[in-house]
Design a protein around this ligand. Structure first.
Ligand SMILES: [Zn+2]
Ligand SMILES: [Zn+2]
Length: 594
């Protein structure tokens, strides 16, 4: 006996999220209905609501086409006007087995249900095995669009049959749907993976392994400019640079606590001749070894040890994203060994000011500071020492306030050994990412028994400040690609200018022009291929090269070049010396625009 399970739902009274989930779930039913009409042999998988929409999996006699997608969408839209009610009912196992006898996936789902939880939903002539959660009728589906077809294994396992998945997006109103599509398009346009490929900045190879970024020549140029710049800024601020190996003995990381607190994120151990090594997940222990190799006096503190250091983290393969989430990365790392809390405060303030300067130079605006605290109830994840946490958190809070930065606070986001300040950004896809951190650490000095000789002649324990500024080069470059949409400022552009001779007879002069730019350490190319001039200019624009210098008879005569700026602006003919001076000044001031 069929029993209606849910009467009328008052959609307006529901929270928006639940309302949307119901609309998306109901739309999946309507999609399946349309599919069965298109291909009566269709075998139905599952069709859940997802973020921004829904999907449904089918086994079909043939591959779906774009035309099918259009037909299905049209058919679904027709249902909107018909306002067909969704009707839930409980059925017995026998009834269900009979109804789904030709649907192997449904029978499999059925075999996993308790007898009293078997329900189905019918609208028009279509019925699906379903736990409920619909809108009242098909007139309440909202604004939707079928977006794509993908392959998917039944229940996500390669051992199971492969199905065809139809994706749709769905929002309450047409305006929301369009806004979402606009955001997707914007994210796609700025996506560092796409731009990185187009501009040949970096690549990933299956043979090298997932998450192991290979920097191509153009990307390596950007990387090198950032490295030189940040090292110079650090030298001005009294940092000393070191270079340390990417491996350490297991004992080193046992002592630092990484072995206990961080092992899940480490590469597997390497063992040979009875010795065990790990690829380092962090650089702190190496820098601590350097500090501890001699007895320092308080006069030498704060001691700032910096390194552009490679680190290795076993990120889950599902988490890996282009260059922003990788397994091997180079961090702009430093450890500042401080005598006391007062020194820590002034050092952390210095780091925050350096960050502000660096981000302003790069033109980054959309970031925020967060004070990330421990969790006194979680002694698994965090070192169990409540007074240490309180002291560190209060100190960082004070510095943030003194430097005058706005910040949020968050529990349970600290490093295992101490609280930190995080700098958070959003990726083009809208995902929040922590770019870089500053940490105050009373714990590792204790673990390693670090000491210095104080003014009083006695032995004291230093405090370590861990900090990055430009983050890992991988994450920073991913962020910059998205920020600039590939239009890097001149100082970071892999190729800063291209000289385009109008005809072959101008090739020698073009080479001469390029030579003058190169002498000023500007990165320049000559495009002397046989193509037409306009094609070469277009090509330079596609490659987002900041300057195109066109040379023909008149320019050669005058010792000049016709200057075009990326984006189309035409400056006309300029003497070569002026061009060199203009580009040099734009580079040296790290100007964001010409
Ligand atoms: Zn349903
Ligand atoms: Zn560290």
């Amino acid at each position: 006996m069929a029993v209606p399970i849910e009467d009328h739902v008052d959609l307006e009274s529901l929270p928006k999220e639940e309302r949307l989930a119901r609309m998306r779930h109901s739309a999946a039913h309507v999609l399946a209905e349309a599919m069965v009409e298109l291909m009566p042999e269709a075998e139905l998988g599952i069709g859940p609501p997802i973020e921004n929409g829904f999907y449904y999996d089918f086994r079909l006699p043939r591959a779906l086409t774009e035309e099918d997608l259009k037909w299905l969408q049209k058919r679904m839209r027709k249902s909107l006007g018909r306002k067909v009610p969704f009707h839930m009912e409980a059925i017995t196992r026998e009834e269900a087995a009979e109804r789904w006898k030709d649907q192997p996936f449904k029978l499999e789902l059925l075999s996993e249900l308790d007898d009293d939880s078997i329900t189905q939903c019918t609208h028009a002539k279509f019925t699906d095995l379903c736990r409920g959660g619909h809108v009242n009728h098909t007139g309440e589906l909202g604004a939707f669009k079928l977006t794509s077809i993908a392959g998917a294994y039944w229940r996500g396992s390669e051992k199971n049959p492969q199905l065809q998945r139809v994706y749709g997006i769905l929002f309450e109103t047409e305006e929301e749907l369009q806004e979402y599509e606009r955001q997707v398009e914007e994210a796609r346009r700025r996506d560092h993976r796409r731009i990185g490929k187009d501009l040949k900045l970096f690549d990933l190879y299956e043979e090298v392994g997932p998450g192991h970024v290979v920097w191509l020549p153009a990307g390596t140029t950007i990387r090198r400019e950032l490295m030189r710049w940040i090292e110079d800024l650090e030298i001005e601020r009294g940092y000393q640079h070191v270079h340390t190996p990417v491996v350490g003995k297991r004992q080193l990381y046992e002592r630092s606590g990484h072995w206990d607190h961080y092992q899940d994120a480490m590469y597997p151990i390497m063992e040979r001749d009875g010795e065990e090594y790990v690829l380092r997940p962090m650089n702190c222990p190496h820098h601590i070894m350097i500090f501890d190799s001699e007895l320092h006096s308080y006069r030498e503190l704060p001691l700032r040890i910096a390194e552009l250091a490679d680190m290795h983290r076993w990120e889950k393969s599902g988490q890996l994203t282009g260059m922003s989430r990788v397994r091997i990365m180079t961090l702009n790392d430093a450890h500042i060994f401080c005598a006391d809390e007062q020194q820590v405060e002034s050092e952390v303030a210095g780091v925050l000011r350096l960050m502000e300067e660096v981000y302003a130079t790069l033109g980054l605006k959309d970031y925020s500071y967060r004070l990330s605290k421990g969790d006194p109830n979680d002694t698994e994840k965090y070192v169990d020492n409540p007074p240490m946490w309180e002291k560190g958190e209060a100190l960082l809070r004070r510095v943030l306030q003194d430097v005058g930065l706005e910040f949020d606070e968050a529990d349970g986001e600290a490093a295992f050994y101490g609280p930190k300040i995080d700098v958070n950004f959003k990726t083009a896809a809208g995902k929040p990412e922590t770019l870089v951190t500053v940490q105050v650490d009373f714990h590792l000095p204790e673990q390693f028994g670090l000491e210095y000789v104080g003014e009083d002649g006695g032995r004291h324990q230093p405090i370590i400040v861990h900090r990055g500024v430009i983050s890992t080069l991988e994450r920073m470059v991913a962020l910059l690609i998205e920020e600039y949409e590939g239009n890097f400022p001149l100082w970071l552009s892999p190729t800063q200018a291209v000289v385009v001779p109008i005809a072959d007879r101008h090739n020698d002069y073009a080479a001469e022009v390029a030579g003058k730019l190169r002498a000023a350490r500007l990165r320049v190319e000559v495009d002397d291929r046989g193509d037409r001039m306009n094609a070469k200019i277009r090509d330079a624009q596609m490659r987002k090269i900041p300057y195109v210098l066109v040379v023909g008879d008149r320019e050669a005569e005058a010792g000049a070049a016709a200057v075009r700026i990326r984006g189309g602006q035409d400056l006309g003919a300029m003497p070569i010396d002026d061009i060199v001076e203009k580009l040099r000044s734009e580079r040296d001031t790290k100007a964001l625009t010409p």
